[in-house]
Ligand binder design. Structure first.
Ligand SMILES: Cc1cc2nc3c(=O)[nH]c(=O)nc-3n(C[C@H](O)[C@H](O)[C@H](O)COP(=O)(O)OP(=O)(O)OC[C@H]3O[C@@H](n4cnc5c(N)ncnc54)[C@H](O)[C@@H]3O)c2cc1C
Length: 502
């Protein structure tokens, strides 16, 4: 039976043979761990949204013929990509955290076109295998984790040059049944909450790196896989009892390191094996999808703007001009992120395989804005919140018969506002700018889908200075030796097209 609701999803994770370490100990059942559970709740929302708002979060797939969760859908039009963005913003609003499914969605979509093009050149059968895999996960309605980032060791060296060859995941054995891989993937969002993990190379590869050019899918509880849970700031607040100090007690993100210790992958789940020249195409297409997926952070931005407006109201200054102006600034920054992301989706084009890929330049602009604007939005939220956000006593002090009344007397804001409500909003702002969900809102915004320099490199590649120089020279009536009209890049051709459909 396919998983339908959030509750069924949570049930589906129980009883698996996962080897998960947290605080130096094996976790008997991750689903029941109070520190892990909020991250599972966030993924569960992706199921409940598909059940309640089916147009936004589910769609008919031509691959399986089924109505599927949008996170498992291969984009069949620019509109599909636009709808992904709308769903991502909505889920950010509902959870205030990373709901962990975009990496899998973007991995499936990039692999769909890349496997097609590998097959075209090498006469391999990866695309058909991938399509069968997609049919299976759409039918079962599974969560897919996308594992790209290797630990990478010495950043100045290629995989084959590393002192320890395992710091990039690689094939260590092949036989007639499949391959065996060894290595690790770092910072893996939602991996323990996934049913299957797709592993992929993390960077452009050369001939010497042929063993590292590998893509495959494994069940999250496959033999040989170990997870070491990543700590988040203030995460143990989930284990203290009460629900106030956590700030957002229901939802959180999840990152862990995955260790692949000689993990066997049958051929039917291998989607690249040695075609090293396609690693850069895969990384570029994946990051193209994924950098625009960061519009999810505008949903979190909506929550933080709302929290800032609420605390200014509780403090009695909702209509003061500089507060209004700061809320306008936060909104402007937030919508700037959204604008680039959704424009990138609207400017999509069809790949050879038939699926749709959003515009790379605008995706990189979206992600580059995400590396900066949430920090400024967070700064303004902290400005509006006041210092109490970081000096507030604990929930236990509020509940204590001696200190509780004192806190209720001295922590009041404007008349009619409950002290506990004021504390709750302050804790939420702390959670999103310094606490658990700052991981998703700030540092993931910085490094996820590549650190800022990675976007600058992509923007530089496509900025077409020669074309722009010529525009200037034409108008200034400059005659020099440069060709009179350098060709427009794909990006500019798309900018000037009236329709996004090819
Ligand atoms: C919260 C979070 C969630 C994430 N989720 C996922 C996930 O689900 N799946 C996944 O695959 N990845 C995930 N990532 C990983 C993310 O893609 C990486 O963090 C990112 O690619 C940067 O890699 P790094 O962290 O190893 O930093 P580094 O590569 O060490 O970068 C640190 C700095 O060094 C610079 N640098 C690095 N190498 C070079 C070089 N050779 N030359 C010049 N400068 C260099 C970078 O530009 C950057 O400024 C996640 C990251 C975070 C923080």
């Amino acid at each position: 039976m396919p998983i339908k609701t959030g509750a069924e999803y949570i049930q589906s994770l129980k009883g698996r043979k996962m080897k998960v370490y947290l605080f130096g100990e094996l976790v008997p059942e991750p689903v029941d761990h109070p520190m892990i559970r909020p991250s599972i709740n966030a993924v569960a929302e992706t199921y409940d949204l598909a059940a309640s708002e089916s147009e936004l979060a589910s769609v008919k797939s031509s691959i399986s013929g089924l109505q599927v969760n949008r996170f498992l859908h291969i984009a069949e039009s620019a509109e599909d990509l636009v709808n992904q963005n709308k769903m991502q913003r909505k889920l950010g609003q509902l959870t205030g955290t990373c709901f962990q499914r975009c990496v899998g969605m973007d991995a499936l979509n990039s692999l769909y076109s890349v496997t097609y093009e590998i097959d075209e050149k090498h006469k391999t059968g990866y695309h058909k295998r991938l399509v069968e895999f997609i049919k299976m996960i759409q039918t079962e309605n599974f969560v897919i984790g996308g594992a790209m980032t290797d630990p990478k060791g010495d950043r100045s060296k290629a995989p084959h040059e590393q002192e320890d060859p395992d710091v990039f995941l690689r094939v260590v054995e092949k036989n007639d049944k499949g391959i065996v891989v060894r290595g690790a993937k770092a910072h893996q969002t939602g991996c323990i909450n996934s049913h299957w993990i797709i592993f992929m190379p993390t960077m452009r590869l050369q001939e010497n790196d042929v063993d590292y050019a590998v893509v495959g899918a494994v069940p999250a509880d496959a033999p040989g896989i170990t997870y070491i849970y990543g700590r988040q700031s203030c995460d143990t607040r989930s284990m203290e009892g009460g629900d106030l100090d956590a700030g957002n007690s229901k939802f959180a993100g999840q990152e862990a390191m995955i260790i692949f210790d000689n993990v066997f992958v049958p051929w039917e789940y291998v989607f690249m094996n040695g075609e090293y020249e396609f690693a850069s195409m895969l990384v570029e297409r994946f990051t193209c999808y994924h950098r625009r997926s960061y519009v999810c952070k505008t949903g979190l931005g909506d929550v933080l703007i709302g929290a800032s407006a609420a605390i200014s109201d509780y403090n009695g200054i909702p209509n003061v001009s500089h507060i209004r102006d700061k809320l306008v600034e936060m909104t402007h920054l937030n919508e700037t992120i959204y604008a680039a992301g959704i424009a990138s989706s609207y400017q999509a084009h069809r790949t050879k395989s038939g699926n749709w890929l959003n515009d790379d330049m605008l995706a990189n602009v979206c992600k580059h804005n995400v590396t900066r604007f949430p920090y400024e939005i967070g700064r303004l939220a902290q400005d509006i919140a006041g210092g109490l956000m970081v000096t507030l006593p604990s929930e236990k002090d509020l509940r204590n018969p001696e200190t509780g009344p004192i806190l209720r007397k001295y922590l009041r804001g404007r008349k009619g506002v409950d002290v506990e409500d004021r504390m709750r909003i302050l804790r939420l702002i702390e959670n999103m700018t310094l606490g658990r969900n700052a991981v998703g809102y700030l540092t993931e915004s910085m490094h996820g889908a590549g650190s800022p320099q990675a976007q600058r490199i992509q923007i530089a590649r496509q900025m077409q200075l020669e074309y722009k120089k010529q525009l200037a020279k034409n108008l200034a009536n400059v005659k020099d030796d440069t060709p009179s009209s350098p060709e427009m890049s794909d990006y500019f051709q798309r900018v000037f097209k009236t329709s996004s459909k090819n």
